[in-house]
Design a protein around this ligand. Structure first.
Ligand SMILES: *Cc1c(COP(=O)(O)O)cnc(C)c1O
Length: 498
């Protein structure tokens, strides 16, 4: 199976080439030219086997890898050294008709581990296959979760280096401590004086700088990115939705389910859509946003409009106004009309908005439903679910839970539902403590103390990845101005200007 660009210009390439390249030359994203349909035999196999075996069966359909290569990737990523449960992505049933899929049992306690634990393997195998001799340097600007998950995934992976820039003022105390205590021989972490946009723009500049690219090429270095525009990050996410459906079937549930996903860049919910395309019994995909509700408005009206105030919320990983992966959905729903997609994306970059045609909107609304929760609703939902079900939600998952309730009320659809839970409540301990114990409980208290407080109040253990965080030695102390990013990077890579 080959991969093509959503803008329709770049020629088709193999899966391994798409994973190395990341973004297509025409600015588009890589997608498979066609999607396989799982057979009855596939489903029977998947129902009765482990998560790693489920992953192998599905990945095999999408990659130009040998069985041995797939085994190597999956076994390296999904094991009990990296995840604190053999199920990898366990389902917790709150009621007969509501299950939460906990996607945060990996090393950094957020769902990004599900993809970033395996991406380094997919990338290094792809590089070997294509006789790529250059060293791969992963360059990341992070607002918190991606940076740490990428560091954990790529640390000590031979043939790679990982460099992460985070905004000094823009991440939580816990997130910062997770990154500055990072171990590994091939890692560099630096804070930038500025906000996330400053970090992101500085990194983008490096990616687009021809002179830097030449210097790197001369030194046998290939820059690459670990964000969700890469097919290698999306593919592993399809697996857990198929896996959840198989678990439902195993329990004797035959009917279609709804899936609610707390959404930012549209990657996670797109993976659920792809699972449906593969034949998984999924009815509605419910897109949950926080106050940055560009997607809610888009799915309801057909107009995508990023011209609005950016809001900082208590679900920061969803604070996004440009959801890059939406492009892949639109490409699929327009029957792969690369010209149309190019035009909409051009309008998005020049005017900040575009409107899809009626036929496309009808298709979107037949598949998706959308709602949002602001911070007040999010706090309320965490408190309510803790009180009524004795289950502790993080802020992102609480947004999804609120939208799930909204959907049932407005549509009377009572189908069995799966909510994708994207982070451990401990990762956002401050907001969660405030939700269940009130404002006074967090006053004059640092985040490390709050972790302990939350554990004591709920009787839940602090996850391994966050335990004793304040005791670990700080290994990275570099703080740079945004103009200094590129010299600092060149210095780390030992590249001398001639
Ligand atoms: C990244 C992230 C999201 C958003 O996922 P997308 O794939 O960008 O839609 C939601 N919740 C958490 C905790 C995240 O880290």
């Amino acid at each position: 199976m080959d991969y093509q660009s959503t803008r329709g210009i770049q020629r088709k390439i193999t899966a391994s080439q798409a994973i190395i390249q990341g973004l297509a030359c025409d600015g588009g994203l890589f997608v498979p030219e066609e999607f396989p349909i799982l057979t009855n035999e596939d489903w029977t196999f998947i129902q009765h086997t482990s998560y790693p075996n489920r992953a192998k069966r599905i990945l095999k359909k999408f990659l130009d890898f040998t069985d041995e290569e797939i085994d190597y990737c999956v076994n390296g990523a999904y094991n009990e050294k990296n995840f604190d449960t053999p199920e990898m992505a366990p389902l917790v049933f709150l009621h007969d008709s509501l299950a939460i899929q906990e996607l945060w049992h990996g090393p950094t306690c957020a769902f990004k581990d599900m993809a970033l634990q395996i991406l380094p393997y997919l990338l290094t195998v792809s590089a070997k296959k294509n006789k790529e001799k250059n060293e791969i340097v992963i360059l990341v600007a992070t607002s918190g979760d991606t940076g740490k998950a990428a560091l954990e995934g790529f640390k000590d992976v031979s043939g790679t280096k990982i460099v992460v820039f985070f905004p000094e003022q823009g991440v939580s105390q816990v997130q910062k401590q997770q990154m500055v205590t990072q171990t590994g021989k091939n890692v560099m972490v630096a804070a930038i004086r500025g906000n996330f946009d400053d970090a992101q723009n500085a990194v983008k500049k490096i990616f687009n700088d021809k002179e830097i690219a030449e210097d790197l090429a001369k030194n046998h270095i290939q820059l690459s990115s670990a964000n969700s525009i890469n097919w290698g990050r999306l593919l592993p996410q399809i697996v857990y939705y198929i896996s959840a459906c198989a678990t439902f079937q195993q329990k004797g549930m035959q009917e279609e389910i709804n899936i609610v996903v707390p959404t930012g860049n549209f990657g996670n919910i797109l993976a659920a859509y792809y699972a449906k395309k593969l034949g998984a019994p999924i009815h509605r995909l419910i897109c949950a946003s926080n106050s940055n509700k560009v997607l809610t408005d888009f799915i309801r009206t057909g107009t995508y409009d990023r011209n609005r105030l950016f809001e900082k919320t208590i679900s920061p990983s969803m604070d996004i106004l440009i959801s890059s992966n939406l492009e892949r959905l639109l490409y699929d729903l327009t029957d792969q009309d690369g010209e149309k997609i190019s035009e909409w994306m051009r309008q998005l970059s020049t005017e900040g908005r575009y409107t899809v045609d009626r036929k496309t909107l009808e298709k979107i609304q037949a598949l998706f439903w959308a709602g949002y929760a602001d911070d007040a609703m999010t706090y309320k939902t965490i408190a309510q679910v803790w009180r009524d079900d004795h289950y502790l939600l993080d802020t992102h998952t609480a947004v999804a839970y609120h939208v799930y309730q909204q959907y049932r009320k407005e549509t009377n659809d009572t189908r069995t539902t799966l909510i994708a839970s994207t982070a451990s409540p401990f990762k956002f301990a401050g907001s969660v403590v405030k939700a269940i114990m009130g404002e006074t409980a967090i006053q004059k208290t640092d985040e490390f103390t709050l972790l302990k407080k939350l554990s004591e109040a709920t009787n839940l253990p602090i996850p391994q990845g966050l335990r004793d965080l304040d005791q670990r030695p700080v290994l990275h102390t570099t703080v740079v101005n945004k103009e200094e990013i590129s010299p600092v990077l060149m210095d780390y890579l030992q590249i001398k200007k001639d």
